[in-house]
Design a protein around this ligand. Structure first.
Ligand code: SF4
Length: 57
């Protein structure tokens, strides 16, 4: 499943931009996971999050 550490997320929006089927930006300005399935797209985003807030397993 895909998880975002809300304490690390700085709200850059990159994940929601790269992979909108998995991530949306919440009202608090932080990323939220809307689909926990580990897709290729979600894996790519893990490596690109600037603060390593996303994990997949
Ligand atoms: S890429 Fe990382 S820091 Fe940026 S919004 Fe997504 S989880 Fe937050």
């Amino acid at each position: 499943m895909v998880k975002v550490d809300q304490n690390k997320c700085i709200g850059c929006g990159l994940c929601a931009g790269m992979c909108p089927e998995t991530f949306v930006m919440g009202a608090d300005g932080k990323s939220e996971v809307i689909k926990e399935e580990v897709t290729t797209c979600a894996k790519d985003v893990v490596a690109n999050c600037p603060v390593d807030a996303i994990s997949v397993n």
